[in-house]
Design a protein around this ligand. Sequence first.
Ligand code: HEM
Length: 394
Amino acid sequence: MALSFEVRRRRRFAVALVALCFSIVASALTFVSVISGASAQSVRPPEGATSSTPPSRSAAPVGTPAAGAPVGVIERTTDASVWRDIRKGKTFTVSIPDKKAALLVQSEGDGWRAFRNGPLKTYGVYALGGVLVLLLLFFVVRGRIRVDSGMSGVTITRFNGLERFGHWLLAVSFIVLAITGLNVSYGRYFLPDLIGKDAFASLTIMGKWVHNNVAWAFMLGLALVFLMWVAHNIPSRTDLKWLAKGGGLFSKGVHPDSRKFNAGQKLIFWSTILLGASLSASGVALLFPFETAMMSKTFSMLNIFGFGLPTDLTPVREMQLQSLWHSIVALAMIVIIVAHIYIGSLGMQGAFAAMGSGEVDRNWAKEHHNLWVAEEDEKARRSGASHGVATPAE
Ligand code: HEM
């Protein structure tokens, strides 16, 4: 028993020794083959390898070394025309799915950034500051526009619940979008100093998320307002007379005729709808980058009138123009809406109630929308209902 155990132990030792020898020999052979293989491969390109200079129309055929250059040495000559083409935004051919990679340098990006950080921001500040100064002047000179005949204490329904819901959905979402959008454009110039860089970064990231999502509420509000009020906003001859009298805004006791919406309100309505629709379209284009060609399509249409605008825009150029357009339209709309908010609240006695409770004083209504009050009274008389014609005692 003891003998057989000793024999087995020796056999195991012999097998292990042979295996060790094999592995040493194998490792040595592998090492030698790697070394010899490596020394056989040069880090230099093989003879006739392509030059490192991109091919060009004017360049010699690919792989031709420069005159006098030793064969097998990477050619280091540059080709100005190729780089000029690249600098001007020439696209090359790529085999990867992302065809945008075919454009190496997009020089127009410099112009985009310069315009965005320069004139656009400067004129934006002038426009926003300008409207605030004008409203302040108007308030100082004209004061709050009051109901000349005094409040009657009798009300008439101006806007129902759905109309007010649509208005406030549009209004609140627009104000949120305006604040978060202005933060992206102007926040960096003063907020980091006020609240600190980290807080500003967190605020802006949150603001971007809010901006991208609240946009849908704005579009819904815009669609509602359009559907509810478009019929009341068709321009008419009454509007010209209203405009000729400056809407009575600049003098006491002047109250030009008006139906449900006067000419000034129609201008606000159509500005909101048209600018709001354009803002939405460019916003959606920015939310889904490189999916649309809105600018080139718009330019093609404008070219019918002989504008001669470029229509073969690269996807990157599309995005740049869409972002500029989005900012320009947003600034224009903010300026207009600031004036609207002033006149719908502080600037005119009795106006806010129209969007607050939906009920306005009859005297306010008769002074600002006399033809509309007459129409409502006529409707009420026909249906036999009393519609704001009651006395306060009743
Ligand atoms: C705090 C902000 C706002 C206030 C106090 C306000 C107030 C008002 C009031 C009182 C009216 C009804 C006027 C009437 O009875 O004839 C009105 C109408 C209207 N509002 Fe606003 N609004 C505000 C924000 C906005 C915003 C942000 C928008 C659009 C983005 C907007 C768009 C409109 C439109 C299109 C009308 C109908 C046309 C007109 O009356 O001018 N409003 N608003």
